[in-house]
Write a protein that binds this ligand. Structure first.
Ligand code: 5GP
Ligand code: ZN
Length: 112
C-alpha cells in the first residue's frame, strides 16, 4: 500500500496507531472519530494515501464507490440506514488531515 511518512491516517490504516475499528477490508478501514459530532461518527478511509476525495474520484472511481458502500453498511449496521456523508476538502472547508476520509454521521436524527 502506498503510504506517506508522518500521515496519521496511514498509520491508523497500518495499525501503527490504535483506533476503534468498525470495518476493514483490503481497500478501506473505518474507525470511530476521536471527537464525535453525532451519536455515531465513523471515518472511512482508503488504505492507500490520497490527499482528498477529488484525487480518489480522478484516480480510482471504483474505490470512491466502495467508500460509499461501506458508509451505507455502517449506517445500516449501527442505525436505520439514514446517514450524512461529508468530505471536507481543503483548509477553508475544515480539512485538517490530508489523507482523504469520509465522515459518516448517523445514529440519531441529525440537525439540518
Ligand atoms: P477533517 O477535519 O480533516 O475533515 O477531519 C479529521 C477528523 O479526524 C476530525 O473529525 C478528528 O476528530 C479526527 N481525528 C483526528 N485525529 C484522530 C485520531 O488520531 N484518531 C481518530 N479516531 N480520529 C482522529
Ligand atoms: Zn495517509
Amino acid at each position: 500500500m502506498e503510504s506517506e511518512e508522518d500521515c496519521i491516517f496511514c498509520k491508523i490504516a497500518a495499525g501503527q496507531i490504535p483506533s476503534q475499528k468498525v470495518y476493514e477490508d483490503d481497500r478501506v478501514v473505518a474507525f470511530r472519530d476521536l471527537h464525535p459530532v453525532a451519536k455515531v461518527h465513523v471515518l472511512v478511509i482508503p488504505k492507500k494515501h490520497y490527499r482528498n476525495v477529488g484525487e480518489i474520484a480522478a484516480q480510482d472511481p471504483d474505490l470512491l464507490a466502495h467508500i460509499v458502500e461501506v458508509a451505507e453498511k455502517i449506517a445500516k449496521d449501527e442505525y436505520n440506514g439514514s446517514y450524512r456523508l461529508v468530505f471536507n476538502t481543503g483548509l477553508d472547508a475544515g480539512q485538517t488531515i490530508f489523507h482523504a476520509h469520509a465522515h459518516v454521521l448517523t445514529g440519531e436524527h441529525l440537525a439540518e
